[in-house]
Each structure stands twice: as structure tokens, then as C-alpha cells.
Design a protein around this ligand. Structure first.
Ligand SMILES: CC(=O)N[C@H]1[C@@H](OP(=O)(O)OP(=O)(O)OC[C@H]2O[C@@H](n3ccc(=O)[nH]c3=O)[C@H](O)[C@@H]2O)O[C@H](CO)[C@@H](O)[C@@H]1O
Ligand SMILES: C=C(OP(=O)(O)O)C(=O)O
Length: 429
């Protein structure tokens, strides 16, 4: 298993190109199941999760051509995928795949809508909470599917097809909204999804589905109205920039000081994060190219933050913010409201000298003057990168083990940071 070694203390200066969003690319790729025509996706990041999803879709009989030319500024823009699900040869998504990536559970809706049946293993993904699938099942049942759970699999059947209905989610779920939306676009009649997730990645999926011929209103709001159509067709769509990667690098620059242009980043997807960074004393400005992030001299001020569904502060940036606040002048409080077990980074940050106490869903972070390098272990995707942020300002050497978590969601992290002056390298096992 690879590790990453960082020698802390260097300021970051230069440019980082922001990749396409993992959490948009995955549902967009899955949407390819909904048509026998070709869906072309541009700006797809090269990530372990994308590679795994290609294998999963391949297992259903989907043909995926990759145009691997690294086009765009400095040859960095993402891959282009041509996804063709001419015929679905297998409607089962096996444990071996789905247990490794949460998003693969989202094949349920499209398979059911297109084939009238699906057998999908209960999902895995980052171990950040119990992460049930009741809301996904509620949505499928509201659309007329019969659901049975057997041997760790969700078996869903709708032999006469799905029928539109009102789906009211008791809680906001990104994944259940993706699943409901992809099922509803091919269901007979009208569907209304109430309390839908408003995350930009849901809107990105909906916009792609519209290009494929779906009829969806209310995109970007909490109520989605869908008029089912009998078939979808080919389309070309560009994956939106990764707001979590953007926020992560913004926090890395905030940590070390310096000035970095995040090329291709969209500040409008990160209002809550830009506000928090501003309160901490970090300047973030939209430019023609993306976002310019700088902290020159000013001390980091502590903040009080609670994670919330979009447009609130994202849970996927909670660990990174906590790493940053370990060096603030004063005491911060960070409350995690989305996942009950998303504090696995705390004990690893403490190894680096952070002072953090936990009380239920709230972490109290007392800023310290010095962090000291140590060996630490990545426990999940965003936790891993929070350790990298801390390592960038820790005295001496930090070695992060189990970076396969990181490779799920950050494309060439060590190159992007290294090009801006970080002393960082991958140690191959
Ligand atoms: C691949 C991807 O895009 N993953 C993102 C997605 O995960 P994911 O789609 O899994 O997260 P959800 O939005 O569904 O989860 C939100 C909350 O709802 C709960 N819940 C969810 C489904 C369900 O059937 N029942 C239920 O109770 C979850 O346990 C959690 O407490 O959104 C999360 C919240 O922004 C992000 O942290 C993840 O990075
Ligand atoms: C939690 C994440 O991913 P997943 O939902 O795939 O576990 C994430 O992207 O931070």
C-alpha cells in the first residue's frame, strides 16, 4: 500500500488545476445506463472510484471508450468517456463491487427503470456512519417497485414498469435524490420529488438528463418535477469542477500561507466555504480563470461551523477545516450534523500535536503554535487529505499510510501540491 511523505513548512504559491467532480462524474456515468445511445462525458477525473465504476458498468454490459488525451490548459483537463449501454446483459450489481463504493448503489434506479428489475448489493463506501438505504428504497417503492432484501442484496422488481408519484424525503439525501431522479425520468407520468438534495452535483446530473431528453423542472431547488419519457438519447456533457477539491486546496493554502490560483474553480458552488475562510482571515477572490486564494502574514482566526446539506458548509470539507483550525489563534467549534462517525481524523490530528476534544457531534479545536510530523493513518477519503493539510505545516516529516483512500477522490494530489512548492512525495509499496 502506498504512503505519502510530507516535509512541512513550505508556503504554497502558483497554480492548481481543479479536476472534474468525483461526486458528479459517478452519477453521470451511471446515467449512461438509461439509454441505448452513447452518453459522452468530458472532464472526467482520473480516480480510483471512476475506474471501479467503469468495471461495475462493464459488468452490466456497458461499453465505455476512454479518450485519454489530456487536453486543455497545460494538458490537464480530464478524460472523455463514451458510455454506451446498448443492451443490459446483467441486472445484478455484486457485493464485490458495491461494497467498495457507495455510489455504485445508484445503479438501482436506472436498472429498474430500464429493465424492470435490479439486484444490487447493500453498499459500502467511506466508513463515516451507518449510512442506511431506506430513503432509496422508499423512492423506488413510491414509483411502484416491489422490494425484497435477501442475502445482503436489494432485489427490486417492476415488471410492468415504474409509475410516477410524489416522493417526499423525510431527510435530505444526495444519493437517494440521484436514484429517484434517474428512475423517474423513464417512469410513466409525473413525479414530484420533495425535499430533494440541492447539491450542485444533483443539478449537474439533472442538466445532463435534460440533454438526454428527460423533462425535469425545478433543477437546483428542493422540489423536482419530472414528466417521464419513454426513452432517452445520446448527449454530451461536461462534468462540473470539483468543489470539494477546490475547498481542500483553498484550505491547504490557508494553512501554509502564500497565494495560489485554483484554475477552473467556481466560487458560486462554495459560498458557505468562502464565508468561513473569510472569517478565518483568508482571502478568496473569483478571477477570470477560477479562484485566487491567499493568506499573507495574517494569523488564522478561529471559527464556529456546523455542516449542513447544500448550500450549507459541506460535510466533505469538515475534516480539512478541522486540520486548518488546529493552527488558528484561539478555539474553534466544528459540529458534524450529517454523518455520526465522521471524526476519525481527530485521533490522527492529535498525533501531530493538535489539541481537539470531542463531545457528541461537536469538536472543540484549540489552536496550537506548532504541529509536529508523525506517522498517521488515513481512515477515509476526506480524513486522509486533512492529514496532508496538517502535514504541510507540521515540523519535520509526516508519513500518511493507506493513501488508497485518497486516490479514490484526489487526482495527482502530490503533483498538484508539489508544483506549488510543497515537499511531498509518494512512497510506493
Ligand atoms: C459519492 C457521493 O456523492 N457521496 C456524497 C453523498 O453521499 P450519500 O449520497 O451517501 O449521502 P446522503 O446525502 O445520502 O447522506 C446524508 C444523510 O442521510 C442519511 N441517509 C441517507 C440515505 C438513506 O437512505 N437513509 C439515510 O438515513 C445518511 O446516513 C446521512 O446521515 O453525499 C454526502 C453528503 O453530502 C457526501 O458526504 C458524500 O461525499
Ligand atoms: C464520503 C465520500 O464518498 P462516498 O460517499 O463514496 O463514501 C466522499 O466523497 O467524501
Amino acid at each position: 500500500m502506498d504512503s505519502i511523505r510530507i516535509r512541512g513548512g513550505n508556503r504554497l504559491n502558483g497554480e492548481i488545476h481543479i479536476s472534474g467532480a468525483k461526486n458528479a462524474a459517478l452519477p453521470l456515468m451511471i446515467a449512461g445506463l438509461l439509454t441505448d445511445d452513447t452518453l459522452t462525458l468530458r472532464n472526467v477525473p482520473r480516480l480510483a472510484d471512476v475506474a471501479l465504476l467503469m468495471r461495475i458498468l462493464g459488468n452490466h454490459g456497458v461499453d465505455i471508450g476512454v479518450d485519454g488525451k489530456r487536453m486543455g490548459v497545460n494538458g490537464i483537463a480530464g478524460d472523455t468517456l463514451h458510455i454506451t449501454a446498448r443492451t443490459i446483459v446483467d441486472t445484478t450489481a455484486p457485493y464485490d463491487f458495491v461494497s467498495r463504493m457507495r455510489a455504485s448503489f445508484w445503479v438501482l434506479g436506472p436498472l429498474l427503470a430500464r429493465c424492470g428489475e435490479a439486484k444490487v448489493s447493500m453498499p459500502g463506501g467511506c466508513a463515516i456512519g451507518t449510512r442506511p438505504v431506506d430513503l432509496h428504497l422508499l423512492a423506488m417503492e413510491r414509483l411502484g417497485a416491489e422490494i425484497e432484501i435477501d442475502g445482503g442484496y436489494v432485489i427490486a422488481r417492476a415488471p410492468k414498469g415504474l409509475t410516477g408519484n410524489r416522493i417526499t424525503f423525510p431527510k435530505v439525501s444526495v444519493g437517494a435524490t440521484h436514484n429517484a431522479l434517474m428512475a423517474a425520468v423513464l417512469a410513466r407520468g409525473e413525479t414530484e420529488i420533495e425535499n430533494a438534495a440541492q447539491e450542485p452535483e444533483v443539478a449537474d446530473l439533472a442538466e445532463c438528463l435534460v440533454k438526454m431528453g428527460a423533462r425535469i423542472e425545478g433543477i437546483g431547488t428542493s422540489t423536482l418535477n419530472i414528466s417521464g419519457v419513454p426513452r432517452l438519447h445520446s448527449a454530451t456533457h461536461e462534468v462540473l469542477p470539483d468543489r470539494i477539491e477546490t475547498g481542500t486546496y483553498a484550505m491547504a493554502v490557508a494553512m501554509t500561507g502564500g497565494e495560489v490560483d485554483l484554475i477552473g474553480a467556481r466560487g458560486d458552488l462554495l459560498d458557505a466555504v468562502v464565508d468561513v475562510l473569510g472569517a478565518a482571515g483568508v482571502a478568496v477572490k473569483q478571477t477570470n480563470q477560477g479562484l485566487k486564494v491567499s493568506r499573507n502574514g495574517a494569523a488564522l482566526a478561529p471559527v464556529e461551523v456546523e455542516t449542513q446539506p447544500y448550500p450549507g458548509f459541506p460535510t466533505d470539507l469538515q475534516a480539512q477545516l478541522m486540520a486548518l483550525m488546529t493552527r488558528a489563534e484561539g478555539t474553534s467549534t466544528i459540529t458534524e450534523t450529517i454523518f455520526e462517525n465522521r471524526f476519525m481524523h481527530v485521533q490522527e490530528l492529535v498525533r501531530l500535536g493538535a489539541e481537539i476534544s470531542l463531545n457528541g457531534d461537536t469538536a472543540t479545536v484549540h489552536g496550537v503554535e506548532t504541529l509536529r510530523g508523525a506517522e498517521v493513518m488515513a481512515t477515509d477519503l476526506r480524513a486522509s487529505v486533512s492529514l496532508a493539510i496538517a502535514g504541510l505545516m507540521a515540523e519535520g516529516e509526516t508519513v500518511i499510510h493507506r493513501v488508497y483512500h485518497l486516490d479514490r477522490g484526489f487526482e495527482r494530489l502530490e503533483k498538484k501540491l508539489g508544483d506549488c512548492g510543497a515537499d511531498i512525495e509518494r512512497l510506493s509499496a
